[in-house]
Design a protein around this ligand. Sequence first.
Ligand SMILES: Nc1ncnc2c1ncn2[C@@H]1O[C@H](COP(=O)(O)OP(=O)(O)OP(=O)(O)O)[C@@H](O)[C@H]1O
Length: 234
Amino acid sequence: MTSILTVEGLAKTFRMHHLGQDLHAFAGLSFTVSPGEFLLLSGPNGVGKSTLLRTLYRSYLPVAGHIWYDSRAGRIDLATAADIDIAHLRRTEIGFVTQFLTARPRVPAEEIVAEPLRLAGRDAAAALTEARRWLDTFGVKPDLWPAYPTTFSGGEQQKVNLARALILPQRLLLLDEPTASLDAGARRALVARLADLKAQGVAMIGVFHHAADVAGLIDREVVLRPKELADVAE
Ligand SMILES: Nc1ncnc2c1ncn2[C@@H]1O[C@H](COP(=O)(O)OP(=O)(O)OP(=O)(O)O)[C@@H](O)[C@H]1O
């Protein structure tokens, strides 16, 4: 199958100005992901897993290499694409799920979750109904739906985050420890949603502290090794 993402010779270095030196997160990384494929990123703490996900999402700029993404509008190198194209892809095709919610002050949970649907053109009432359905699925209590998540517990914030990130099927999903701080019910709901998205052809690259959570979904594993090139295990 044609890949949706082809990573070639990717490298990321952080300039540590206060130390006057560079920190090499990873170098020479190459791998591909196809539609509907689930790729697990693994390796020891600090090896660069989160940095790799953030580089693919273009929160960080790589220092070398290519990230060829097969978008609906054609092939684009996420390593060098214009910010405006990256912003468009983030709204329409590429999702990122972290364990941290960037809660905005005085925006109700249900509005935060409904927003991607509204931006995609769904009418406000239908978007709100669907947002509430997902909040319910992930186990957020109804009395919290109109409340502001800035005061929610870590787990509750994470559930709002997941509902928002997964409400609209993207083509490529980047998952950075999305099960961290979730209770068993929400973990089950998340895995069920990921399985459903995978069946719809969504490609996923994920870091999971407990890989057993998603054992049934994993197709391949990319193992990052300290100061070495990555291995791809089938
Ligand atoms: N913004 C940054 N500036 C400088 N160094 C950074 C930055 N982000 C990450 N690093 C460094 O890059 C290295 C890789 O970090 P990263 O968070 O990607 O590791 P990880 O494999 O996800 O670790 P963990 O399993 O502990 O979550 C670490 O040494 C970290 O200190």
